[in-house]
Design a protein around this ligand. Sequence first.
Ligand code: SF4
Ligand code: SF4
Length: 161
Amino acid sequence: MRERVKIKDGVEPKPFWETKTLEEMTAAEWESLCDGCGRCCLNKLEDEDTGEIVLTRLACALLDIGKCRCSDYANRFDKMPDCINLTPEKVRTLKWLPATCGYRRVKEGRGLAWWHPLISGDPETVHQAGISVRGFARSEKGVRADNFVRYIISDFEDGES
Ligand code: SF4
Ligand code: SF4
């Protein structure tokens, strides 16, 4: 049975992402901030001379592009050693998290957009809004590393709202 949410003086309590810091969130709350867009699983290339980071539309081999979810989330660090464990500190310091990312939005005080599953109640809205990499990314499988440059994209439209 679901616990009743107490409403004080007819005012609904604020959601956790508006009241807690990133560090204060429970593991379940933290995980739920991910909107399932899959954007952070696209390969990035870094210019050795300038440090500039560019995005490609090549997705990590473990990404299920149709679902935009990691196909082996529990073992991702064993299978993909360069997969990044997102922490509050990383959210604050990584330069390439997309502007649409739920973690980045909350960190910047922008709240969650209408298409975030925590707002819409529907995991499909992130795809319907064109935020996810579904239908856009292709797997890195079978692509030689020296050919990754062919898949550089100038940017990924943010579709912010
Ligand atoms: S970019 Fe952010 S919201 Fe999108 S999949 Fe990665 S962690 Fe989740
Ligand atoms: S291992 Fe999973 S979570 Fe990590 S980049 Fe690849 S698909 Fe994304």
